[in-house]
Design a binder for this molecule. Structure first.
Ligand code: ATP
Length: 263
């Protein structure tokens, strides 16, 4: 990883305003290299805005966001996007591109050789469980199920092997069984690849399955930040409201402690 910095991303007193409306304010937190930070919060709490401040889609009105030790405003925007993969709900796939073209998009923009792109596409489809890849390469997104398209979206975000992945409700639109399957695959992939991941969700069960730490957003502020076990101890009223939505506290506590003892 680059630099000695053990933080992939750092927020220093960050606020972001549009048309005199404050979308996020006073954000101060660090995202460690290799961790999965889940941004949890109600709809409209500022999760996506926070994420867009990382890949320079938004520029802080005040404060600074550092990526690998350097403010986003000082990064060359193209170099920054190469270090950051972005997967979004609704897959973001181009409908008139085949699966191979969609997954190979960033490598081809980076002028990789054709053979290298093809090999990478096959490798990624296998990695995200679209096996055998030959069955999918030449299909179009509309010819895949929602779960399969979501896997393609993740494969595409991983294509140029970025050290940081931003994932914005990537499993939001899926049935609960496929969603659980993808969450489990995500954990497997994360163990294998060790990326720094920022994952946005409003689903507390999902947060507990995936997170090394959970950052809870409320009204544009981060009101709690900690490991799942720490989160359960939070006295913040919004955290308590989310915790009361947990299906089975015992199950979740067990999985949170299991993850912590692994890590
Ligand atoms: N470009 C924009 N201009 C003005 N207001 C915006 C803009 N983008 C987002 N907002 C507003 O800022 C607030 C935070 O939006 P954001 O998308 O960050 O929330 P979120 O927590 O990701 O929500 P959701 O879970 O529904 O996606 C919302 O009230 C939204 O309407």
């Amino acid at each position: 990883m680059s630099r000695e910095n053990e933080n992939a991303v750092e927020f220093f007193d960050v606020s972001f305003r549009v048309n005199r409306r404050t979308l996020v304010s006073n954000l101060n937190f660090k995202i460690h290299q290799g961790e999965t930070l889940v941004l949890l919060g109600r709809s409209g709490s500022g999760k996506t805005t926070t994420m867009k401040l990382i890949n320079h889609l938004y520029v802080p009105t005040t404060g600074e966001v550092l990526v690998e030790g350097q403010p986003t405003t000082r990064w060359d925007p193209i170099a920054l996007r190469r270090r950051i993969g972005y997967a979004i709900q609704g897959y973001g796939l181009f409908p008139h591109f085949t699966i191979a073209e969609n997954v190979g998009l960033v490598p081809s923009l980076l002028n990789w050789e054709r053979d290298r792109i093809q090999a990478r596409v096959v490798e990624l489809l296998e990695l995200v469980g679209l096996d055998p890849p030959g069955q999918f390469l030449h299909r179009y997104p509309r010819q895949l199920s929602g779960g399969q398209r979501q896997r393609v979206g993740v494969a595409r975000a991983l294509a140029a092997d970025p050290p940081i992945m931003l994932m914005d409700e990537p499993f939001g639109a899926l049935d609960p069984i496929t969603r659980l399957e993808l969450q489990q695959e995500f954990c497997r992939l994360q163990q294998q690849l060790g990326k720094t991941v920022v994952f946005v969700t409003h689903d507390i069960q999902e947060a507990f399955i995936l997170a090394s730490r959970i950052g809870l957003m409320h009204g544009g502020k981060m009101v709690a930040l900690g490991t799942p076990a720490e989160f359960l101890e939070s006295e913040d009223p919004e955290a308590r409201a989310f915790i009361s939505c947990l299906r089975s506290l015992e199950d979740v506590e067990a999985s949170a402690f299991a993850r912590e003892s692994q890590g």
